[in-house]
Design a protein around this ligand. Structure first.
Ligand SMILES: [Zn+2]
Length: 227
């Protein structure tokens, strides 16, 4: 059998913060035995291994700024080029975030087109509740939620530390990030609508249900295009 007929899917997962994108990307990648590439992880790895692109990215991340397109593209291009990833399949999470990045990915995949760009749709109210309701142990980092608090008075069940809301999890901060996401990502959605790769999955469902729908979607795409 050729590598092409045994390959895994080439996927992009799109979705706002709190849509459960990272969790689903991990599960889908495991399911198909391909690599899950989250730009957050890629940047941390690249910065740790001190590649030029990684060090450039680190400067922006340390300031809390968005990393510019060309730097992001450089890091992704390097990692996609390793281990035959483009031919074998992959799940990209956190990339592309801009039209320019989507076009660069399209060029990088020369001859191995993306199978699907899946938009994990979650209503803003749900995302707000998920993130703004989040509380974290200031000592060990264990996550809680206003719906599932620690047993005693916002004291960590694990280490006894103080459990509090992170500054960037306030409703106001989350709304600001969501607005920025919409503005940035709309052109990416439009790009994939035009190439025919765009699909939507309801990310407001239970996590297992979302995963099931994602796999069904990928299978239906493969049945149709790979006899
Ligand atoms: Zn703790």
């Amino acid at each position: 059998m050729s590598a092409e007929s045994t390959r895994g899917p080439r996927l992009v997962l799109l979705g706002k913060q709190g849509a459960g994108k990272g969790t689903q990307a991990t599960r889908v990648a495991e399911h198909y035995g391909v690599d899950h590439m989250s730009t957050g992880d890629l940047f941390r790895d690249a910065a740790a291994s001190e590649t030029d692109a990684g060090l450039a990215a680190k400067v922006y991340m340390d300031r809390g700024d968005l990393v510019p397109d060309e730097t992001v593209i450089g890091v992704v291009a390097q990692v996609l080029g390793e281990d035959d990833r483009i031919a074998r399949g992959f799940v990209l999470d956190g990339f592309p975030r801009t039209r320019r990045q989507a076009e660069a990915l399209h060029d990088l995949l020369d001859g191995y087109p993306l199978d699907l760009a899946i938009d994990l749709d979650v209503p803003t109210e749900i995302v707000l509740h998920r993130i703004a309701g989040r509380r974290v142990c200031t000592q060990c980092g264990t996550l809680y939620h206003i719906d599932s608090p620690p047993k005693e008075n916002w004291t960590c069940d694990v280490c006894g530390g103080k459990v509090a809301q992170r500054d960037d999890d306030t409703e106001e901060a989350v709304m600001r990030r969501l607005e920025l996401y919409e503005i940035e990502t709309l052109p990416v959605i439009q790009f994939y609508r035009r190439t025919g790769a765009l699909a939507h999955v309801d990310g407001g469902l239970e996590s297992d249900e979302v995963f099931k729908k994602l796999v069904e979607l990928v299978e239906s795409r493969f049945d149709r295009e790979i006899p």
